[in-house]
Design a protein around this ligand. Sequence first.
Ligand code: NAD
Length: 320
Amino acid sequence: MKRETILVIGANGQIGTALLPRLQEAFGFNHVIAADLRHPKQEQGRFELLDATKIDELATLVQRNRVTQIYHLAAVLSAKGETDPLWAWNLNMQTLLNVLEVSRQQGVKKLFAPSSIAVFGEQAPKLETPQTTALDPATVYGISKVAAENWSLYYHKRYGLDIRSLRYPGVISYQSMPGGGTTDYAVAIFHEAVQGNSYDCFLAADTLLPMIYMDDALRATLELMEAPADQISVRTSYNLAGMSFTPAELTASIQTYFPHFITNYKPDFRQGIADSWPKTIDDSVARQDWGWKPAYNLPRMTEEMISQLSAIYQPLVQTH
Ligand code: NAD
């Protein structure tokens, strides 16, 4: 087992909750420290309260625990960010710059700071969006991710920091609810379906968006972090694809299990964000550099989401 101490910042969120057990398995239970603004609903091991906008708090935590790797997951996501743009910008940038600076000062060996398909805007091709293209995002979240990608490249070139990143598509998982993104519908819809309810979707039926099942997102993250440094040609952030589908296609996939399930379409401001994003992603550079290949398509993801959420909701449904 590798002698590393891993710090996960923003560990209570959608990705952190699912990533923690994987890191504990890979590096040892006591070698992974979860950190977030508040205590988690269920503690998953070592935990520290941390406001990552405060550089002194972060520096003390990293120094005291001799942290060797950081997974920086704290962020305000796309839809939530639009409700208060300057707050979102400040939080996303301040936390990233603090993580970069503390890592440089204290010799943290490896860093992961994810980006998003939200870096793309009107000028980028919508189909098979390439690794390198115009980045003119429509949201403050996207603007902060473009800046973060460039700061990451800067710290790599100037200080030799081994920072790695993926442009995640919408991540679909059963472990916890998503944190205010534009693809959240693709998780919420399953929770309603397994409880026998209909679903009011905030995107139009034909909105094609790139998505990835959590299992694939985590495997991509760990494979990227394990890859030899000389195989990493992209130090901004790698395009990453899992699958692409519309709300209508997802509804049809769910109906193979629940034939009476209905989705009502009530698009809101998030439609505009979705329309500015890619529909499908070209991730050939990730495939070439470190062998990325997704394992989940729409039917396989639907099957697993329904089986996992049914196990969670069934006991609750039966006691009512
Ligand atoms: P989330 O919103 O579910 O979780 C973020 C966590 O960060 C929360 O638990 C929050 O309490 C914590 N946090 C916020 N401010 C903090 C601070 N100042 N100090 C410490 N913790 C703080 O987000 P997520 O979905 O888990 O996303 C993780 C990362 O992946 C983010 O960078 C996000 O932009 C990126 N991403 C996620 C998706 C997705 O679909 N979930 C898609 C693309 C990119």
